[in-house]
Design a protein around this ligand. Structure first.
Ligand code: FMN
Length: 239
């Protein structure tokens, strides 16, 4: 640890004081939640153990915004169903017990076979068709509503999953984003949807002004303009 002398020292991140700089990444919980719409005891213990081990911030899940649907892979917790929200609030509380902050990751699966552009790969590996702007608005509203409810359930932060070439991340890359409207083309245009989502979350947030600065984190790819070996990770067809 001597190479990283600050690792165990506290740090302020916006409104939050983390007791150290150890932040655990999210992991999808389908297998430990057995497809249930709430964190099971096994799932709770998994994330709680990271707090007990001493992390400064534990990132839970990711959960898909919008209606909770079970795709057999991802966590499908329902952020709005009363009995499910009790369990989600309990999970945040169990993390807080150790003086650890709790974040939840949010990601988007586009509905109805949509992707950023025609031919870009969907999360099931099938080519999608270009998502129209009214559906993009709907997904944006889902992000805002989900982020707001997470705050009310006791989560300190939301991590937005805009990496791994997931549907929203595909807006960023010229490999997948072939749109000719204001969401495609220049870098500014390709970032537009993500900026709009962030503004929608900030606007919807029930937090006071002081909390608006740093309750969001992001995952993005470092090199979204280069296909990776294993093209599915780039969201484009091989060859
Ligand atoms: C089983 C498993 C599930 C994961 N689920 C997610 C996820 O839902 N969202 C996400 O952003 N990353 C997910 N990841 C990636 C991890 O957050 C992390 O970035 C990755 O495991 C690399 O970190 P490591 O070398 O410490 O394992 C998952 C990784 C594993 C192994």
């Amino acid at each position: 640890m001597s190479r990283y002398p600050l690792t165990l020292s506290p740090v302020r991140v916006g409104p939050h004081m983390l007791k150290n700089r150890i932040i655990t990444g999210p992991s999808t919980m389908h297998c430990l939640s057995y497809g249930q719409p709430y964190p099971t005891e096994a799932a709770m213990r998994y994330f709680e153990s990271r707090a007990r081990a001493g992390a400064g911030l534990v990132t839970v899940a990711g959960v898909s915004v919008g209606p909770a649907t079970d795709d057999g892979i991802h966590t499908c917790w329902d952020l709005f169903k009363p009995n499910c929200t009790n369990a989600l609030a309990e999970l945040a509380e169990r993390i807080h017990f150790y003086g650890t902050k709790a974040a939840m990751e949010l990601l988007a699966k586009f509905p109805d076979g949509y992707a950023v552009s025609d031919g870009a790969l969907r999360m099931n590996g099938e080519p999608g068709r270009e998502i129209p702007t009214d559906v993009m608005e709907q997904v944006k509203d889902w992000f805002a509503a989900d982020a707001a409810i997470l705050r009310s359930l006791g989560y300190d932060a939301v991590m937005l999953e805009f990496g791994h070439s997931l549907p929203v991340a595909q807006f960023l890359s010229p490999l997948t984003n072939r749109r000719t409207d204001r969401y495609g083309g220049s870098t500014e245009n390709r970032c537009r949807y993500i900026n709009e989502i962030v503004r929608a979350i900030r606007g919807e947030s029930r937090l006071g002004h002081a909390h608006r600065r740093a309750d969001l984190g992001f995952r993005i790819r470092g090199r979204g303009d280069r296909p990776r070996r294993g093209a599915a990770h780039s969201g484009v067809h091989p060859g």
